[in-house]
Design a protein around this ligand. Structure first.
Ligand SMILES: NC(=O)c1ccc[n+]([C@@H]2O[C@H](COP(=O)([O-])OP(=O)(O)OC[C@H]3O[C@@H](n4cnc5c(N)ncnc54)[C@H](OP(=O)(O)O)[C@@H]3O)[C@@H](O)[C@H]2O)c1
Length: 428
């Protein structure tokens, strides 16, 4: 086929302008690789006369992205507006209804409506792809759907929100509090307009919901992701975890265990020397574990114009080449609801508590742990000038239920000031 593949681009912000630049700059490379030209025929954004630093005068303009999706000279809708509902969803639905293929970077939309959209696309003979929606420039969707297609996936892990990793690593390197670094990140424009999407773990949770569907063949279910943000991570925990050989990451983990599908996005400790532990600043990392391939570690830029547009173009090139993959690596209609995990897999935990300076206090803590069936791997008590002493405990593997029982037991001893901090240690 030598007919050009004709793109309609809805959204000319950070990612949309990046896609326009790649299509213009790499026209020859794209044509050589696809065996046919890749062209933009029409675009849409909110404000027509905005200076975007790109040449778009030769493209048709549509004020309404739905009209763009329905144009006869558009083969593929490239949706780069964002938002889980509203114009993005309306335009994608219009394209699918017209039997057109869709490429999107919109994780918020897919985490909520991805299952229905993928089923609609299949029913209409259209393809819906989303490489750019997860971990920006890292080709993780392709790695899972194609590279690891012959594996049973055992576990997927990822640091997939660069802003959170920036905040946590900056707190550690500069010795600043969460509030101080949050203010810095805001001033630098690193945070979404609604910062809870980032620091509350929601954005990363959207991405984990999508990877989980591919990895385990289960229906996309954002509500099944147990989400905890980084707002309560203190500089004390960062320092003291480091002292015990760990770093704190906002880590997404999805794994199928005998208890069901576990899927959580939460602050966890990882060994400082591991690939995840060494991840700095706004970089993303995804770790995939297949039964045949073993562990695969992918690292790269999780956002930004170039990396995200690069991922969009990988989906566009598939369509130009005639590669028609299902959205989640298997027919969407055949995906089944995930069996929700009755409990999380046992893990070691990090506990930080402030112990009242009384004789026998430490023994009472050890008893509370013992009563819950938890054994101690390491314990450290710090020198103190006040009436309470910081104590750190790393437990051997235990269940969350046993840990909660132990924490309740500690609270009841009367020798702990405040409530102990408990963080899971992910064995990577
Ligand atoms: N930025 C990243 O690094 C990144 C990374 C991964 C995924 N993503 C995803 O990529 C998508 C786009 O992100 P972005 O950062 O490029 O967003 P952005 O810079 O805010 O751009 C959004 C674009 O959509 C247009 N738009 C908004 N509402 C519209 C409407 N009703 N009709 C027509 N156009 C409309 C805007 O028009 P105006 O320019 O006229 O206002 C703008 O051009 C989002 O789904 C985001 O989650 C972004």
């Amino acid at each position: 086929m030598t007919e050009p593949l004709r793109l309609g681009i809805a959204g000319l912000g950070t990612v949309g302008t990046g896609v326009v630049r790649i299509v213009q700059r790499h026209a020859q490379i794209l044509e050589r690789r696809a065996g046919r030209p890749v062209e933009i025929t029409a675009v849409s954004a909110r404000t027509r006369d905005k200076d975007r630093g790109i040449r778009i005068a030769s493209y048709a303009w549509e004020d309404d992205p739905v009209a763009l999706a329905r144009r006869d000279d558009v083969d593929v809708l490239v949706e780069l507006m964002g938002g889980s509902d509203g114009p993005a969803k309306a335009a994608v639905e219009a394209a699918i209804a017209a039997g057109k293929d869709v490429v999107t970077a919109n994780k918020a939309m897919l985490a909520v409506h991805g299952q229905a959209l993928a089923e609609a696309a299949e029913a209409n003979g259209a393809v819906l792809r989303f490489e750019a929606a997860v971990a920006g420039g890292i080709p993780v969707v392709k790695a899972l759907t194609e590279g690891l297609a012959g594996n049973e996936v055992m576990r997927v892990m990822g640091v997939m929100n660069g802003t959170c990793n920036y905040i946590l690593t900056r707190m550690e390197s500069a010795g600043l509090t969460y509030e101080e670094v949050f203010a810095e990140a805001k001033a630098l424009g690193y945070l979404e307009a609604d910062p809870t999407l980032d620091v509350g773990g929601i954005d990363a949770g959207h991405k984990l919901a999508l990877l989980t569907a591919i990895a385990f063949g289960t229906r996309v279910d954002f509500d099944a992701v147990a989400i905890e943000g980084i707002e309560r991570v203190s500089i004390d925990d960062i320092r003291q975890a480091a002292d015990m050989g760990f770093r704190i990451k906002l880590l997404g983990v999805a794994q199928m265990t005998g208890r069901g599908l576990e899927c959580r996005m939460s602050p966890c400790l990882v060994p400082a020397g591991s690939s995840l532990g060494q991840l700095e600043a706004a970089t993303n990392m995804v770790v995939l574990e297949g039964d045949a391939a073993g562990q695969i570690v992918l690292q790269g830029a999780g956002a930004g114009e170039g990396p995200t547009a690069s991922a969009v173009m990988s989906d566009v090139l598939d369509l130009a080449r005639g590669t028609r993959l299902s959205t989640f690596g298997q027919p969407a209609a055949s995906m089944e609801a995930a069996p929700a995990a009755s409990a999380s897999a046992p893990a070691p935990y990090y506990l930080r508590l402030a112990l009242v300076d009384k004789p026998g206090a430490l023994a009472r803590i050890a008893t509370a742990l013992g009563d819950a069936g938890i054994s101690i791997d390491r314990m450290r008590q710090y020198g103190h000038a006040e009436a309470v002493a910081p104590v750190l405990i790393v437990t051997h593997r235990t269940s969350r239920a046993a840990l909660d029982q132990a924490v309740a037991g500690m609270d009841a001893t009367g020798v702990v000031s405040g409530s102990p901090v408990a963080l899971r240690i992910e064995e990577v």
